[in-house]
Design a protein around this ligand. Structure first.
Ligand code: UDP
Length: 382
């Protein structure tokens, strides 16, 4: 089939692109092109099984599938069985290690008091000034946890992560983190969690293997765009501003750099993710991937382990984009790009990059399923 015969082209084989391509092929019974400039599937959630150790390494840092959305869970479970991993995060700060997110145990350790849930709440409330609507991340965090916990757990980590003081960041970033007045130390509230039992790559290959999908890896959209027919619907999961040649200026992103090390010990840090709260430590966290698969006994028990130290950095063209900076300036720039995109109804901008939204994998799946339904309805009505 010639490229010009395709009625659907999905640009980007990350989780969003994979869901769209799979739905178009399996539900609309339409052939679909799936194009990605990288040689691997999964976008920034891709993973590789290390040849030497057998450890599954998340190429762009830890990705844990977690969701409270039954539709999303039922959908993704068609492509993988998940192991029983439940995510826990610890934070190394001022010489101690605590459980994140902040919970009753963390509060007791910091305060030195064996508080009940109500006493812990009172302790926090007595230290917050409680005045007015929080205008930024710092004010929001202090209103939730008080200044002491803020200084230990949020201030340094957030300044390193976002490259600016929390007082200059939008408040909603911090609402990703729960605060719990219980001894529950799980990182996510989501009922469903896990890592694909055979690894992420096997799951992504199963999605991309849906009959009707023609996969073109190591191919950039610009190489094939001229060959597509005018009535080909394009699902574009790359950056919206890049697509339009940055005509209104570039949206701001945070990027990351990972320093990889194979360490000759069985267990480096005893857990998957250790955050570092002190600003004097230049990285934000260390990932130790073997802990995501304790059931993979051979790599788990072997005398070597693979870690990534994660260093946040400013994004510039040519670097990988990880986190959108959804402040007022960027969101108003985004509105301009969206208006421009509305004048191109044959192109849908989707996914974390296309929508410029700080989405987890499950949210990307949910948005893609909804987006696909809207696309299918539109086609049916035509
Ligand atoms: N955060 C923090 N301290 C931590 C963990 C997170 O201050 O130990 C803040 C930080 O601003 C971060 C945000 O909470 O950007 C969201 O954290 P999350 O773990 O959800 O980030 P992700 O895993 O998506 O990088």
């Amino acid at each position: 089939m010639a490229l010009s015969d395709y009625r659907f082209c999905v640009v980007g084989a990350g989780i969003t692109g994979l869901v769209y391509a799979e739905r178009i092929a399996s539900q609309l019974n339409q052939p679909v092109l799936l194009v990605d400039k990288r040689e691997k599937l999964g976008g920034n959630s891709s993973a590789t099984i290390d040849e030497e150790t057998g450890i599954e390494v998340h190429d762009y840092g830890s990705h844990i599938f977690h969701t409270a959305n039954e539709t999303v869970w039922n959908y993704i479970s068609q492509f993988a069985a998940f192991n029983s991993y439940r995510h826990h995060v610890l934070i190394h700060t001022c010489g101690h290690v605590y459980f994140m997110p902040i919970n009753l145990k963390t509060i007791q350790e910091v305060s030195g008091k064996a508080f009940t849930p109500d006493e812990a709440r009172e302790w926090i409330e007595s230290s917050t000034n409680g005045s007015g609507e929080p205008r930024n991340l710092e004010e929001k965090a202090i209103s939730l946890i008080g200044p002491d916990l803020y200084r230990l757990f949020i201030k340094g980590y957030t300044a390193k992560q976002w490259g600016r003081p929390p007082s200059e960041l939008p408040a909603d970033i911090i609402t990703r983190l729960p605060v719990r007045m219980t001894y529950d130390t799980e990182y996510f509230n989501a009922r469903h969690q896990g890592i694909p039992a055979d690894g992420y790559d096997a799951m992504f290959r199963k999605m991309a293997g849906t009959p009707g999908i023609r996969l073109l890896l190591k191919t950039s959209f610009s190489e094939i765009a001229a060959q597509l027919s005018r009535d080909c619907t394009i699902i574009y999961t790359g950056m919206i501003d890049e697509f339009f040649g940055y005509c209104f200026g570039a949206l701001e992103w945070r990027s990351l750099r990972f320093e990889r090390e194979t360490v000759p010990v069985r267990d480096y840090q005893g857990t998957t993710v250790m955050n570092y709260g002190d600003e004097t430590v230049p990285y934000t966290r260390i990932h130790e991937f073997k802990h995501y698969h304790p059931e993979w006994e051979k790599p788990f028990n072997a005398g070597k382990t693979i870690i990534f130290r994660e260093y946040p950095m400013a994004w510039k063209p040519g670097l990988e984009a990880f986190y959108p900076v959804n402040d007022e300036r960027n969101n108003s720039l985004l509105r301009k790009y969206r208006e421009l995109a509305n004048r191109h109804p044959g192109i849908l901008f989707c996914g974390r990059l296309g929508a410029y939204k700080y989405w987890d994998m499950d949210k990307a799946v949910a948005m893609s399923l909804e987006g696909f339904d809207a696309l299918a309805r539109r086609r049916y009505e035509r």
